[in-house]
Design a protein. Structure first.
Length: 290
């Protein structure tokens, strides 16, 4: 790569705030790329005077102490419009236009606050998040066993499979388990329990109406399916929006939530029903423990 040294004057003749637009265009004859610029009223008058006084000289385009181009001034340029031509490729012309537009939007950096977070703080947060998730999950498991008895055990088996499938999905995607990700797992546990509660309450209603166990189970799963599907689809839509418009931690939460919802549809509906039907096939049951 050839570097050409330039000797610049200390005085800045024209700043980027005089520029209103810069874009890459193609020549009408041979389609060669060039950069067209437009200046505001004050900038146009100043640019006309500068070009009139420096015909035959170069006008350096400088951003962040770097010279991106130094086109030669061939004539006096008035009217607030100019063209920067040369042996540009399309990418070089686009880059130069971007540099010119960036110079037209000065944004000085001023440090308002400086914080340093050590690795121990993040590790403590993850540890506390895991502890909270484990305690919450154990309380949910205990509640399901006490309130729904055998059906609660079935729901807990499905819940364990749900979490295993979720962790397997995260491992397949090489996703890092962060604090928002742990929150997504906890929310998945809550959604799984909610789906099981809908199913079990439906089965209870069918049992009270006098239906035998197999018919009550079939009716319970069938009638709860639409409500479960609606809830999961709306959650998946919300997670998709979070992934589309969120930042890193929010996207991690969204990924965990999506995987959890998909696993929940499989475990809470299909796995639970398979376990119930397997239990009925092993021995006749006159009364469901639910």
């Amino acid at each position: 790569m050839t570097r050409t040294p330039y000797l610049l004057k200390k005085q800045v003749l024209l700043t980027g705030d005089a520029l209103t637009n810069a874009k890459m265009e193609l020549g009408s004859r041979f389609g060669e790329p060039y950069v067209s610029i437009e200046l505001n009223g004050d900038g146009a008058r100043l640019f006309e005077r500068i070009t009139a006084e420096n015909v035959g000289k170069r006008l350096a385009i400088v951003l962040d102490d770097t010279i991106y181009s130094a086109p030669r001034i061939n004539e006096r340029i008035g009217g607030g419009r100019a063209q920067i031509t040369g042996s540009f490729t399309d990418e070089e012309a686009k880059d130069l236009a971007i540099v010119l537009r960036a110079g037209a939007l000065p944004a000085p950096v001023r440090i308002e606050e400086n914080r340093t977070i050590g690795p121990s703080l993040g590790q403590d947060s993850i540890r506390e998040g895991i502890t909270a998730g484990v305690i919450g999950s154990l309380l949910v498991v205990l509640f399901m066993i006490v309130y729904y008895r055998f059906a609660g055990v079935v729901a807990n088996v499905a819940l364990v499979l749900n979490i295993l499938m979720l962790l397997a999905g995260l491992g397949y995607l090489h996703a890092t388990l962060t604090l928002p990700g742990i929150a997504g797992i906890v929310l998945t546990v809550g959604m799984a329990v909610d789906a099981n509660v809908l199913i079990f309450e439906r089965i209870r209603e069918e049992t009270r109406s006098g239906k035998p166990p197999r018919a009550a189970i079939d009716a319970g799963f069938t009638r709860a399916w639409s409500a479960i599907l609606d809830g999961h689809v709306t959650t998946l839509i919300a997670a998709a929006m979070l992934f589309q418009f969120g930042t890193g931690p929010v996207k991690g939460f969204a990924v965990t939530l999506v995987l959890g919802m998909i696993a929940n549809l499989i475990t809470a509906v299909f796995i639970c029903k398979i376990i119930f039907e397997s239990a009925l096939a092993l021995r006749p049951i006159q009364r469901l423990s639910i």
